[in-house]
Design a protein around this ligand. Sequence first.
Ligand SMILES: [Mg+2]
Length: 405
Amino acid sequence: MDRRHFLSSLGALTLTGAAFPEWLLALPERPRITDIVVHRMRTLGETGIMESAWAPGRPYMRRIGGGTVTEILTDQEGISGIAPGLSQSGLASMKQLLVGQDPFDNEALGHQMRYTNGAASNWRDVGCVEIALWDIVGKVAGQPLYKLWGAAKERVPAYASMIQLSTPEERADMAVRLKEEGWKGMKIRLHHLEMAEDIRTVQLVRESVGDDFTIMTDANQAQSSGIWQPGIQWDFRRALATARALGDLDVYWLEEPLLRYDFDGLAELNRLVDVPLAGGENNQGVQEFVWMIEQGVYDILQPEILVTEGVQGLRAVAALGLAHHKPVIPHHGGGQLGTIAQLHMIGTWPHCPWVEIMNDPPISPYTNGFAIFENPPTVDGEGFMAMPQEPGLGVRIRRDLIMAQ
Ligand SMILES: [Mg+2]
């Protein structure tokens, strides 16, 4: 059959409808958004008081479960989308924008939220809404999001991100314990007053676990995302000396060694040292990643879904990273539904070799945050987290934990 005849026969088939299977022609009514609610989740117990390394002087009780969850409801039976809890102040304007809309129009709705920044009182709310809309899309399609977006992997190694500073000896013991459980990597906080103590911590951990274990380090110098965080402030000399010392200890990256917008200092540091520099968790919006890439600030990009313009923003940063040959390994995403949303994105990215899981047992294990799920993902005995297989985000919240409004 020549091209002209082929095309005309195709046209005839299309006109009669014979080219499409019946089920495709009989698509159901499009879903419409009917309401948005923010649930407060009950806690299931306390695990102890811990001080985060990046926030000295602010210890607080760690709890199992708790937190808030956004739920976007639709007019289709059993179809709703969940996400981290958006702010109470943003709820009314989000309802005004979203109720009556088609949740599949998430790019148009997201554009309105970003363009005006009015429907959202902050960027975090945009991310929350986008996650919930995509959860709805996945549920209507009957596919987990990583499959819908294009799967690249079925599981990813998780690294245990430490929370407290602790002593070098205790961190070394923790590393051995984690390795025995199957974890393949851990991230150590560098917040001691003296640089020698930071380096001794990494040395002891490396000696204790051997060469077949990945060590990341984080100085948290590009804070803060909301609260005043006192503690040691690095200058360029300390950052340079630390980075050079870490270069002898097979460290996978040094994270946030200087202030968030010291692009000149970071680029200079990056030229002088071998250890890869990582960062970006506090950088807002895709444009800041463009500038950081142009200036050679970081080797590894770490966008955070609730800071960097939501699902659309994170996927845009991932494309930037791919185009510039830089791994993209997101910041943890909050330890509940933000982490799950990022897990699905990681499942679609060939250039993301790890997922960050906040895990500092016994007081702050990752299972604390995941306790709000009926079917929480877990880190297996080989240190991997598998992609959730149910539609959408693939996790269900425990309805019995929702507190009365
Ligand atoms: Mg960090």
